[in-house]
Design a protein around this ligand. Structure first.
Ligand SMILES: CC[C@@H](C(=O)O)C(=O)SCCNC(=O)CCNC(=O)[C@H](O)C(C)(C)COP(=O)(O)OP(=O)(O)OC[C@H]1O[C@@H](n2cnc3c(N)ncnc32)[C@H](O)[C@@H]1OP(=O)(O)O
Length: 251
């Protein structure tokens, strides 16, 4: 089975689907590479928006694949993985097309980082999301912390990052992390949400998106994302992080 799927619909929406439902759509190297391919494909003239989603109805994305990335023991081991995904998430943040996280289920850790980089976040009524990295004695390492602090009020972002708790869809809507809660078929709901947007010419969409992207490049967010990956790698190399991951893997 492919770890990811890329498809395009008749409206010009490109879908990137993480396809590891049995592992709650945990991110491995193949999924990172696939996301990079999808981002590159989304730059094509005929594409009006990129939607990222997960297969199944349990998880959008459960973050980094702890069984694989747990083999990375030191700061030097962890940094290349963190930096690779931080660069891909930076490309997603600055993509000159509107982006959507279609959250069909839980979003945890790095899954929240991917969602935060998108322009819009739609969540299934039963979903939950949380930046749980602090519970594993690390921080966000893919740039999601910097992006959260850029997009949301300081107190909202800091509370989400430091609490490390899972919030319900209603709570996420309340603090502005979710733009819309849906019930039923994700695809139908997503196309309805994007209904007016995808009627516009692609040049109009790119021009509006560029206004937002320029704000972020002026704010040197790319340097802050890179620093986040370095800081996370330092914490990653500590024994306490490995103990916390072992606790999860033993469950
Ligand atoms: C590495 C980057 C870092 C960052 O920079 O942000 C991170 O992302 S840290 C990772 C943070 N993620 C987590 O801590 C998530 C851990 N997973 C869970 O809490 C739960 O699995 C869940 C996502 C809430 C789902 O719960 P549930 O529906 O009850 O399923 P299971 O727990 O039984 O899981 C099924 C299956 O999937 C495996 N799994 C789930 N998440 C991961 C993961 N992140 N990495 C690897 N494997 C994962 C889980 O081990 C089960 O496998 P089997 O036992 O083989 O069935």
């Amino acid at each position: 089975m492919e770890s990811y799927l890329i498809s395009k619909d008749a409206n010009g929406i490109l879908f990137y689907t993480i396809n590891r439902p049995e592992k709650r759509n945990a991110v491995n190297d193949e999924i990172m590479d696939g996301l990079e391919v999808a981002i590159s494909m989304a730059k094509a003239e005929e594409i009006k928006a990129l939607v990222i989603t997960g297969a199944g109805d349990r998880a959008f994305c459960s973050g980094g694949d702890l069984s694989v990335f747990h083999l990375l023991k030191t700061k030097e081991d962890a940094y290349p993985m963190l930096s690779k995904m931080a660069k891909i998430i930076s490309e997603l943040l600055l993509l000159p097309k509107p982006t959507v996280a279609l959250m069909n289920g839980v979003a945890i850790g790095g899954g929240c980082e991917i969602a935060t980089a998108c322009d819009f976040r739609l969540g299934r009524k039963e979903m939950k999301a949380g930046f749980v990295q602090g519970n594993l004695a690390i921080t966000t390492g893919w740039g999601g912390g910097s992006i959260l602090c850029e997009k949301f009020p300081a107190s909202t972002a800091l509370k989400m990052l430091t609490d490390g708790t899972m919030l319900s869809a209603d709570e996420l809507l309340n603090i502005g992390f979710l733009d819309h809660i849906f019930e039923g078929d994700p695809y139908t709901n997503c196309t309805a949400f994007l209904g007016k947007l995808i009627e516009k010419e692609v040049g109009v969409l790119s021009a509006y998106v560029a206004i937002l992207r320029r704000k972020w490049s002026d704010a040197s967010i790319l340097e802050r994302i890179e620093q986040e990956a370095i800081n996370c790698a330092t914490l990653w190399g500590k024994e306490i992080h490995h103990q916390k991951v072992e606790e999860f893997l033993r469950k």
